[in-house]
Design a protein around this ligand. Structure first.
Ligand SMILES: *Cc1c(COP(=O)(O)O)cnc(C)c1O
Length: 356
């Protein structure tokens, strides 16, 4: 039986993505070849690359002057590529969690880093709002969705410098005004495809402004000039991404996904707030992620956490254990997660409450 997959990443993909990718792995477009074994320079693969990049542009309404790159190395490689390409003197970073922290660590290798605010004091249970972005920074880096802690920056902010956002775990979950960002990037394995491809949406004009030499593979300009085909791209992962994007389009695009995501998140948070056994990890409702819902058991039931995990596992649920740094539970309810699975979790929480 198919499980209710609440894993934080790699995570649930739609049956549409899995089925169509599997078909192309067996036989791509009746070519008699698998998508795993064709040349990335072949007409069939070039069509896959083109369609994937075009669907990014269409679904996110990406303005002229931006490039969509499909690279490798994960979001983690971007933590170093961004300062390599953009940090001349100083960069500003908002510290909202472990991923922000890793990005900050890499940036420090390239120049001065101004951490404008941090919520580390409460294990990242909120999004700091009281800070100023220095106007002389080369860019300001944010992590819009904090996958581990369950907080999310849900508005596109106005800042006086280039805004760079790690959207690994909330890309395509809500409408985004791309024109407010100089760069948006992320690993694929949360809302797009199996691990292997990393998307980068970059405003072309921000590049070429640093003095240092940049190795060819780490230079965004290389990949822009070569249409993301400088070297062999992660073909299968891109093929899967194309199917996910086709499915998003069929589902009403980003607006359609957003509507469903809001409903899923609302019913789950309502149950966490209602159920006397559980409590949300995130006090400020405005900061609660619609992708990763974190919760723990109230102090008086703390010793029952393992019991609930076992109970939910018995009901076909997978991946609910919270990150080791926060404990408790984390239900990742990405785009591909059907409301019926969220409802199954809610039912399990109610049943557990009754029997406690
Ligand atoms: C998962 C995740 C990452 C790490 O992505 P990799 O592709 O494994 O490098 C970075 N940032 C955020 C917000 C994530 O959720």
């Amino acid at each position: 039986m198919k499980k209710h997959n609440f894993s934080a990443g790699p995570s649930i993909l739609s049956p549409y993505t899995i089925k169509n990718t599997a078909d192309g792995i067996m036989d791509l477009n009746n070519t008699g070849l698998s998508v795993m074994e064709i040349s990335h320079r072949s007409k069939d693969f070039i069509a896959i690359m083109d369609e994937t990049q075009n669907l990014f542009k269409e679904l996110l309404d990406i303005p002229e002057g931006y490039s969509v790159l499909l690279l490798q190395g994960g979001a983690s490689m971007q933590f170093c590529m961004i300062p390599y390409n953009l940090l001349q003197n100083k960069a500003a970073y908002l510290d909202t969690g472990a991923w922000s922290n890793k990005a900050i660590k890499e940036a420090k290798l390239f120049g001065e880093v101004d951490v404008v605010a941090s919520s580390k004091d409460t294990t990242y249970s909120y999004i700091p709002r009281d800070y100023k972005v220095p106007a002389d920074a080369d860019y300001f880096h944010i992590t819009t969705n904090n996958t581990i802690y369950g907080t999310e920056i849900k508005e596109d902010m106005d800042v006086p410098v280039n805004l760079v956002a790690d959207m690994s775990s909330d890309i395509f979950s809500r409408p985004v005004d791309v024109s407010k960002y100089a760069m948006i990037y992320g690993g694929a394995q949360k809302n797009l495809a199996p691990a292997g491809v990393t998307f980068v949406i970059v405003k072309d004009e921000i590049l070429g402004k640093v003095d240092r030499m940049i190795p060819t593979m780490l230079n965004y300009q290389t990949h822009i000039d070569q249409g993301s085909m400088f070297n062999t791209p992660p073909c299968v992962s891109i093929y899967a991404a194309m199917h996910t994007l086709r499915w998003y389009k069929e589902q009403g695009g980003v607006a359609g996904m957003y509507k469903k995501n809001l409903e899923k998140a609302a019913i789950l948070y309502d149950e966490i707030d209602r159920n006397p056994v559980f409590v949300s990890g995130i006090g400020n409702e405005d900061d609660r992620s619609i992708m990763n819902v974190t919760f723990v058991m109230k102090d008086e039931y703390k010793d029952k956490e393992a019991d609930f995990l076992a109970f939910a596992t018995g009901k076909g649920m997978s991946g609910l254990k919270g990150h080791r740094s926060v404990g408790g539970f984390r239900a990742s309810i990405y785009n591909a997660m059907p409301q019926s699975s969220v409802q199954a979790l809610i039912d399990a929480m109610k049943e557990f409450e009754k029997n406690i």
